[in-house]
Structure formats: C-alpha cells, structure tokens
Design a protein around this ligand. Structure first.
Ligand SMILES: Cc1cc2nc3c(=O)[nH]c(=O)nc-3n(C[C@H](O)[C@H](O)[C@H](O)COP(=O)(O)O)c2cc1C
Length: 184
C-alpha cells in the first residue's frame, strides 16, 4: 500500500503538490498491483467518492477526526477547529524551529493560523535565535493557550462543524460516498 498525501493535509508532509494532482500521478505510476490510498483534504463523502472514482483504494483521514468525541483534542482547540475555514491553515516550519525539532526543511507542518504563526512565519531565522521559544510553547500548551500553541490541521478543517463519534464520521462518509458513486 502507498499513501499519496497531498499538500492540503494536516500535520507534517511535503506541501508542494496537491492531493488530486499527486494521486493521478501516483496511480498512473504504480499500476494495478499496489493499493494507493489518497490523503490530504479528504474529510467528506464527496472527497472520498472522488478519490475512489479516480482509482484510489481508500482515503487516509486525519483532520476530519480531530473533533470526534474520542479525540484527545482539548476543548479550546476544538472551538478553533470548528470555527476555522479552509483559508485558516498555513504550512510552516515555525513550530518545529521553536521546539528545536530537526524536521528536514521540505517537510513543513500544516497548522491552524494563530498569533504565533502571524508573528514568526516568514521570520524563521529570527525565531531560531529565540532561546526561550521551547519553554514558551510548552507553557502555552500546558495552559491551553492556542494563540501560541500549535493545532495541526489540514485544509479540510473548513468542513468541521460539530462534534460526533468517530463511528458516525466514518460511517456517514463511507455511506454517502457509496450513494454518490451509485448515483453517478
Ligand atoms: C493532528 C494531526 C496529527 C498528525 N500526526 C501525524 C504523525 O504523527 N505522523 C504522521 O505520519 N502523520 C501525521 N499526521 C498526518 C496524517 O497522518 C495524514 O497524512 C493527514 O492528516 C491527512 O490529511 P487530512 O488531515 O487532510 O485528512 C497528522 C495529522 C493531523 C491532523
């Protein structure tokens, strides 16, 4: 199995190519012998149906599960996720730099925009010189201050509107995708 994860996805990854462009190329490249799973920005039945129609074996979903009742997402982060639109994320290295995590530069993390990204995204060299940054981030996370602390989320965050069980999210996504594919 290969996961083709496009730049829309939440968390760490290569953001240079979007999911649909990547998926088409990977499906053509690997042929029928390998299952290709599509990831990045797929969080509704329509996205799942599109991936399956293109030839993917399934979808790998992250962001759509962030506000599930089972998720460990803190309440203050849930509120931000539900309020966010698809325009409210950025792919950035600032949280890795601030935490002194040695991710390769091409693997940024897609996160919700907040006050920390507003100040430091684009000023990474200055941020690397802030010796108190790891402690500031740790304190912010402990206090649930998401103006500073990171919330990883992909562009599909715009589709999050309520808290539901993971079973409900997955079964509705799968059931409605099947109905869409049958109708077409
Ligand atoms: C909060 C969050 C944490 C993640 N953590 C990891 C991780 O630790 N390792 C990993 O390989 N991918 C991680 N991912 C990426 C997912 O595995 C997946 O590629 C991505 O969520 C798919 O795109 P989507 O978020 O648009 O559904 C994370 C994604 C999110 C939203």
């Amino acid at each position: 199995m290969i996961v083709a994860r496009g730049g829309e996805g939440g968390g760490h990854g290569d953001d240079r190519v979007g999911t649909l462009a990547l998926l088409q190329g990977v499906l053509d490249a690997v042929g029928d012998e390998v299952i290709v799973v599509a990831a990045g920005g797929i969080g509704t039945a329509r996205g799942l149906a599109a991936a399956l129609a293109a030839g993917a074996g399934g979808a790998w979903v992250g962001t759509a599960l962030l506000t599930c009742s089972e998720a460990l997402t803190p309440p203050a982060a849930r509120q931000r996720l539900i309020a966010a639109t698809e325009l409210d994320t950025v792919s950035t290295s600032v949280f890795d730099i601030a935490q002194q995590l040695a991710w390769p530069p091409e693997y940024r993390g897609r996160v919700l925009i907040n006050a920390f990204t507003a100040v430091w995204h684009g000023h990474e060299d200055d941020l690397a010189r802030q010796r108190d940054a790891p402690q500031r981030l740790e304190d912010a996370r402990a206090r649930g201050n998401f103006d500073t602390a990171v919330i990883y989320a992909g562009q599909g965050v715009g589709s999050l509107s309520l808290e539901a069980s993971a079973e409900t999210v997955i079964s509705e996504m799968a059931g409605e995708a099947e109905a869409l594919l049958r109708r077409w």
